[in-house]
Design a protein around this ligand. Sequence first.
Ligand SMILES: Nc1ncnc2c1ncn2[C@@H]1O[C@H](COP(=O)(O)OP(=O)(O)OP(=O)(O)O)[C@@H](O)[C@H]1O
Ligand SMILES: [Mg+2]
Length: 521
Amino acid sequence: MKMSDYWTTMASLLGMLAFCQTIVQLVFPPELRLAFLHFLTRIRHVFSSHIYFDITEIDGVNTNELYNAVQLYLSSSVTVNDAVSSSNNNTRLSLTRVPNSSSVTFGLSNNDRITDVFNGVTILWEHVVVQRQVQSFSWRPMPEEKRGFTLQINKRDKALVLDSYLDYIVGKSEEIRRRNEERLLYTNSRGVSLDARSHPWDSVRFKHPSTFDTLAMDPEKKKRIMEDLREFANGQGFYQKTGRAWKRGYLLYGPPGTGKSSLIAAMANYLGYDIYDLELTEVQNNSELRKLLMKTSSKSIIVIEDIDCSISLTKRGKNKKKNGSYEYDPGLTNGSGLEEPGSSVTLSGLLNFTDGLWSCCGSEKIFVFTTNHIEKLDSALLRSGRMDMHVHMGFCKFPALKILLKNYLRLEEEDMDSVVLKEMEECVEEAEITPADVSEVLIRNRSDAEKAVREIVSVLKERVVKRRKSVGLKKKKQEGQEEEEEAEEEQEKRALDSPNRRNREVCGFREEEEEEDEKEK
Ligand SMILES: Nc1ncnc2c1ncn2[C@@H]1O[C@H](COP(=O)(O)OP(=O)(O)OP(=O)(O)O)[C@@H](O)[C@H]1O
Ligand SMILES: [Mg+2]
């Protein structure tokens, strides 16, 4: 047989197979259809000069990050113009706008195709969506549809795809997300849902304006945190070499309104990471906590805010149950004070969450806990390895105040009167004012910088006077107490020094009896 005849036969064979597939889709019931399609696809692949790669949305129990990367890559490489120009080869785009998103996303519709060119090689992508077979019973309910991308290339280009194209897509999708500033903020709701797409986290687009530039804190401390984050993000080699899990823990502590949440947002914006805001009171037990962790992606910040409120009395021993575990009451006690079975997150569960084997699911994760009361936390939670960096967010100091003035009023140091500056510098620390309170005054007067500065100075002075007063009162009270204590001590001492009195005190009732005897005589 001539070579041309061979190819003609092959082409007609493949054409027939494709035709069969269409017939099967139309005629067969869904259960048989899937099995038949699989069979025909296999035959087609054997005779084809192409190779196919399937990238499914869910890989076992985990979401496949590559699927998300491909989706993002394809949706950004496809533009409306592409859509129009390729409309003649039947490419159909699905348009979505996620809640809170400012942009429209293009995506491939179900079972549609698009071509991409990489290093001169043409790659065909198909978005495959098939109905999942109906399950009469399953431990883990699966989504109704099975989604995936199929990548088709010529067999001779296989190495190219495996060596560089997929890496290129992952890198590109990261870049796209960073460029679009499309960070996601995830949160969990009560009871890990195992429904539809098996996602226990709900997400919204995250566009918090806080950055390290706008954050009012000690510049040295800020620099240290930024360096630490940078080293962490670039530290894949280091973590691999030293055998450490690629994760880092931060504990942010300080009074309300000192910028703990703002710092988390700045960290996410700086690194381009997503945030998982874990509402611990909505988690019913340790296994649910683990499931939530499993479903977090790499390059993310997992946040537990106000950890001292989420877990009551986290100091070991105080909330100890008979079996030696530690617990918190997530509002699940049924009013009688009795806890429903299997409804508690233990401290050890939380420790495992941050530091156990499960904490390494995925990589490049940052854990951030915040608290207003660091002294309430168990030392096991605070140790290095879990919380590697403790950051104190305190009251506003002069450098932080200058940052706020610059942010809100665009006032640089040199624009301001030196006397006023001096006054601020002298008062601000003693005033013990939070950046949130300063921001409030500045927002109120943002249209009039001079007025804002005047008001800040007067607020600071007022607070200083108030504090001095209360400190004076406290001091007086303390002195009074000390004097009282001293007097008592002196009295006791005198009593101890007097032998008669001592005798009287020790043998009090005998002495009384003796006196009465004498009276009777
Ligand atoms: N250090 C700061 N730099 C800039 N703005 C700040 C800072 N601290 C507080 N603010 C302002 O005050 C508001 C409240 O701050 P934030 O929510 O970050 O405080 P917090 O420490 O998380 O408080 P809480 O302990 O109550 O959660 C923010 O919206 C921000 O505008
Ligand atoms: Mg906060």
